[in-house]
Design a protein around this ligand. Sequence first.
Ligand code: NAD
Ligand code: TYD
Length: 343
Amino acid sequence: MKNLLVTGGAGFIGSNFVRYMLEHHANYTVTVLDKLTYAGNLDNLRDVENDPRYAFVQGDICDADDVRDALRAHHIDTIVNFAAETHVDRSILDADAFLRTNVFGTFVLLEAAKEFGLERYHQISTDEVYGWVDKPATENDPLIPRSPYAAAKASGDLMVNAYHVTHHVPTTITRASNTVGPYQYPEKVVPLFITNALENEPLPLYGDGKQIRDWLYVTDHCEAVDVVLHQGKIGEVYNVGGENERHNVEVVKIILDTLDKSPDLVRRVQDRSGHDRRYSLSIEKMRALGWHPRHSFEQALTETIRWYENNAWWWQKIKSGDYREYYEKQYGERLRTSQAVIV
Ligand code: NAD
Ligand code: TYD
């Protein structure tokens, strides 16, 4: 393994992974294949763009020619697939692109991995495929996805397994928790709340705010993928969690306290339809490979908050474009009918 194709490498976790792999593997090349959807952003890769081991190709994972051309031109031996539509709320508004990219796109990549006899196909997946859980999910637990996003991701995972069993494609899958850190598009709750707080805009908290997520720092996520690429067993799935389960209200409190902002900014708004109350992962299998999350919840969140404070150039640009239209659709009516809430 030395020539990686990182699909979705211009997004949040993908771009951090590109940086991580270039830093940790001097003799690897990293080619990004990315469609540059609303979530893809070459600003995320600015600091590596002059590295001779890095290349960028604009293309769609649903297009077999785009994929084959990239594999051939860059002598790829390994695909790491981060490319996806990733936001649950958008999948509720319109799931079409989720099925295309997360299911059909995964199929196209698997076909190419088979055709080119790649050394490895690695799928980036999510804890959301297990659905709302009442105890930490293990890798053998049933997949009971409940949002269109999670259903599309689970379908991708099933196809990966099918290509391993049927066509002997050497696959691995990681299923990770909610990830935070630099370059996350400000639609996900943490960057949305940090940037809204920095602008003294309301923080729209869904429902009672007692939903639980497990929080993982992005470099811990990247390290886990690196470990699985090198030590993971072919055909296996690995859960990657932060062991940092918190209610959403606790996340809000830390953001407000760290930024020294008033709790009056928090607004209780209409809940998300089908909102999963809890995600949680058992990470024993990753621990057995020697990996563990290095960041506590407080460290993960504080580092993330500081990055957004110091990099307004990055997020202000995003928040002034098409984003406004999305924001109005998602939050306009909700905020007009919201209530103040004490957190
Ligand atoms: P993101 O939305 O920030 O980035 C997705 C990237 O994929 C963008 O650069 C986009 O342009 C690209 N893309 C979308 N459709 C494409 C297509 N058809 N062809 C090529 N590129 C395409 O996503 P993220 O938050 O970095 O998530 C990356 C992966 O990690 C996803 O597979 C997601 O399901 C998974 N994941 C995310 C989290 C999280 O908390 N963000 C947690 C667990 C797993
Ligand atoms: P999100 O970042 O969308 O990730 P997930 O894929 O886990 O849903 O949301 C994380 C949690 O924050 C989830 O319980 C929904 C909640 N949330 C809000 O309360 N308000 C918001 O505006 C958003 C986007 C999320």
